[in-house]
Design a protein around this ligand. Structure first.
Ligand code: FES
Length: 143
């Protein structure tokens, strides 16, 4: 059996929404100290809906595939819904990832949360800090 699903390969080779949004409403950057990969996520928000989303990932193929899928999953969705995006949902949407690559999907989940947190901070929107805690070390330990 192939190590990576067709969907992972597709999102790695043809990543969706790559780039930068110059006037982004929220930018989230997260990294995994263990593997050194860095993910940056940009969101544009209108009336509480994520109207656009782009990413730049300096990392492995799985990190690129998971960030690509994460942008697809949150685009057009309310901000609160994007916050609920779990790394598991990203992995499922990609038809799975090898166990030692699960931490790459954690990075994608955290990049989305970091972008939303930045949006909330910039707009003075109150949130529960616990809910929006970005825990890089958790990702490291899973690596
Ligand atoms: Fe670090 Fe994939 S190996 S994010």
């Amino acid at each position: 059996m192939a190590l990576y699903s067709d969907k992972v390969m597709d999102h790695f080779q043809n990543p969706r929404n790559v780039g930068k949004i110059d006037d982004a409403d929220g930018i989230g950057e997260v990294g995994n100290a263990k593997c050194g990969d860095i993910m940056r996520m940009y969101i544009k928000v209108e009336d509480g809906i994520i109207t656009d989303c782009k990413f730049n990932t300096f990392g492995c193929g799985s990190a690129i595939a998971t960030s690509s899928m994460a942008t697809e999953l949150i685009k057009g969705k309310p901000v609160e819904e994007a916050l609920k995006l779990s790394n598991q949902a990203v992995v499922e949407a990609l038809d799975g990832l090898p166990t030692h690559k699960i931490h790459c999907s954690v990075l994608a989940e955290e990049a989305v949360r970091a972008a939303v947190k930045d949006y909330y901070d910039k707009n003075g929107i109150a949130y529960d800090p616990e809910e929006l805690k970005i825990n890089d070390c958790e990702a490291c330990e899973m690596g």
